[in-house]
Design a protein around this ligand. Structure first.
Ligand code: NAG
Ligand code: NAG
Length: 564
């Protein structure tokens, strides 16, 4: 996701004013207008100058500030049609040379007109008013508001008044420093995430509006090296963090001064990566004298659902990704009970490893997919009944997970198949799709079973409400539809509601960090005004670990038909 960067050259209006030929034509046009007016017999020199000035400014107002989508039809079907030419100029970048040129030119004309009219009062007032009409709409603070003004002017006869949003008014007042208090009605938090291989930032307000976000993914680099190399990840974070934070801030049109706090992931994650985010954030905190909110990465994942859905505490959360696997009960913003976690690797990691072992990257349909995605794609074409893998930990009546044993079994199976089919490692087995389907199903059953037990445990102990029970599933693996279906069977059987944040919020992102900051700000939890001694923590459990108690309860899970 690249927010607020790529500009495609689809709008010819953005650059037309940049050519020196255009400037010359414009200057000659004004000169010509003046000569024509001078040559009209009953116009005196002062009248000709004032008329030149007023006509010029009227023309400029109409073409640059009033009519939208001009001068060329914009082929993008998009925003540009709603923007005046001035707003489209140079993609809206301020203080470019063409902007300066068209700001200075009416001023020069004004001085000339004032001089030749000998500062006569009537002429002076006319000229000044007309100058202001083309200068005021040029102020960057007024973009957007000019629409409103125009609408008011054009709509006055119809009696339809367009009410500018309160927010916009505060923004304009704020930028002029007329309004002494807070510019925004809501709290605003900047969130920064660097715990693994994505550099991400976002600004979110108290109502959960994402005002701006930006992300730089390192996946491509790490795919080439076959995994994340921490010093490489650190270097990439260093190279991108400033740009990403700046992009998120400028996309949101919020200046750092207006932030209520800065929230940053400080645990758990790769030490070198966390370090980059933390030191950058502390620099910002110091520079702008803002409170700092340290964020637990998994807590942020768990709370994301409250940004998109109305979910009350308590609820159950299952986090499954390439780096994490845990089940927890969320009782409050920072009140978690850990019910179970993976004892070895995470499910996403395991699926990636199986995909690599099957050389799916060489499969024509999967060459651009990540391992997990490739397995999901191929599984659709395979028959899972051709292989019989047992779900792990069937005898352990707790909510922990394990995937490396299963991975080992699958590796052995693949080796055996390669022997049978007489192909070498690195080539694609004819049964690859069947293996993919069986692996995916076994993983889904394992995850579903542990989650089922967690629901039963919480209900038995009265930890979840009897009605309106919610299971939230997040993390990269949550986007696997087969696994989601398996979980839906469980939630249907237990009268729970299954909720998943949208995919872009399931994977690592800055929005969830900023939102976690908002949640903490509202709850008044963990807001630091002094950052001395703050450290990142590569390893950090989430909440209070009660997985032993869960195991001791030894809840037997009724068998569910996993017909997916
Ligand atoms: C007048 O107002 C209506 C409704 O607010 C709007 O749709 C229309 O575009 C406006 N007309 C002009 C000329 O701005
Ligand atoms: C779960 O229940 C809903 C509504 O009763 C139904 O539409 C859905 O198909 C069920 N899902 C599964 C996987 O059985």
């Amino acid at each position: 996701m690249n927010v607020g960067v790529a500009h495609s050259e689809v709008n010819p209006n953005t650059r037309v004013m940049n050519s020196r030929g255009m400037w010359l034509t414009y200057a000659l046009g004004v000169g010509l207008l003046h000569i024509v007016l001078l040559s009209i017999p009953f116009f005196s020199v002062p009248v000709a100058w004032t008329l030149t000035n007023v006509i010029h400014n009227l023309g400029m107002y109409v073409f640059l500030h009033a009519v939208k989508g001009t001068p060329f039809e914009t082929p993008d079907q998009g925003k540009a049609r709603l923007l005046t030419h001035w707003e489209q100029l140079d993609y809206g970048v301020q203080f470019t040379s063409s902007r300066k040129f068209f700001t200075i030119s009416p001023i020069i004309l004004y001085f000339l007109a004032s001089f030749y009219t000998k500062y006569d009062t009537t002429h002076f007032i006319l000229n000044t008013a007309s100058l202001l009409s083309v200068l005021i709409p040029k102020m960057p603070q007024l973009h957007g508001i000019t629409h409103t003004v125009n609408m008011l002017i054009f709509n006055k006869t119809a009696g339809v008044f367009f009410k500018p949003s309160r927010r916009k008014i505060y923004e304009v007042l704020g930028s002029f420093h007329f309004y002494p208090g807070k510019r925004f009605l809501h709290k605003l938090v900047l969130g920064i995430e660097t715990s693994c291989d994505d550099t991400a930032a976002a600004v979110v307000d108290e109502a959960g509006n994402v005002l701006g976000e930006a992300i730089h993914s390192q996946t491509e680099v790490h795919l080439k090296t076959g995994g994340i190399i921490p010093p490489v990840a650190q270097q990439l974070h260093r190279e991108n963090i400033q740009r990403i934070v700046q992009e998120a801030l400028s996309a949101s049109a919020v200046s750092p001064r207006e932030l209520s706090a800065i929230a940053t992931t400080i645990k758990p994650g790769l030490a070198l990566s966390l370090g980059v985010g933390l030191s950058f954030s502390l620099q910002l905190v110091d520079q702008f004298k803002k409170p700092f909110i340290p964020i637990h990465h998994m807590e942020a994942h768990a709370l994301t659902i409250r940004l998109t859905n109305k979910v009350e505490f308590p609820f159950l959360v299952l986090l499954i990704s390439g780096g994490h696997c845990l089940l927890a009960l969320v009782r409050g913003v920072s009140d978690f009970l850990l019910l179970g976690k993976s004892l070895d690797i995470a499910p996403g990691d395991m699926l990636d490893k199986v995909a690599r072992r099957l050389s799916l990257i060489k499969h024509p349909e999967c060459s651009t997919m990540s391992g997990g995605k490739a397995i999901e794609h191929l599984a659709k074409q395979g028959n899972r009944l051709h292989f019989d893998f047992q779900p792990p930990m069937q005898r352990a009546k707790n909510c922990d997970f394990s995937f490396s044993g299963l991975q080992h079994v699958i590796d052995k199976m693949i080796m055996q198949k390669e022997k049978e089919e007489g192909i070498e490692q690195g080539h694609i087995l004819s049964s690859a799709a069947d293996i993919a389907a069986a692996v995916q199903h076994t993983v889904a059953c394992h995850i579903a079973k542990r989650t089922h037990r967690a629901i039963l445990f919480c209900k038995q102990r009265g930890l979840l409400g009897q009605s309106n029970t919610v299971l939230v599933v997040s993390g990269g693996v949550a986007s696997n539809l087969h696994i989601r279906k398996a979980l839906e069977i469980v939630t249907n059987a237990t009268q729970c509601t299954l909720l998943c944040p949208p995919p872009r919020l399931c994977t690592d992102n800055g929005v969830m960090i900023a939102w976690n900051g908002i949640e903490r700000l509202r709850a008044g939890l963990g807001i630091l005004h002094n950052t001395e001694g703050i450290r990142y923590e590569p390893k950090c459990p989430l909440g209070v670990d009660i997985s032993k108690e869960v195991g001791e309860a030894a809840i037997k899970v009724p068998r569910l038909k996993m017909k997916i």
